[in-house]
Write a protein that binds this ligand. Structure first.
Ligand SMILES: [Zn+2]
Length: 66
């Protein structure tokens, strides 16, 4: 018997073998999908949300110091 704790919802569960538990190490397909969704969110993070700031300002400053 294998005892495990779902990393998503923290629920404890037991299974005879890992093969007998398709969703391992998650307690259910639902938690497995939640974990998968987190990975996808990370990969598809929207770039360009930050406005340009110090980099451009520093470029102007460099000329003033001359
Ligand atoms: Zn869970």
């Amino acid at each position: 018997m294998i005892r495990a704790r779902c990393p998503i919802c923290g629920k404890n569960f037991e299974t005879a073998t890992i093969d007998a538990w398709p969703g391992f190490p998650f307690c259910s397909d639902r938690c497995k999908l939640i974990d998968l969704g987190r990975w996808i969110d990370g990969n598809y993070a929207i770039p360009g949300a930050e406005e340009p700031k110090e980099d451009e300002l520093n470029a102007d400053d460099a000329e003033d110091h001359g």
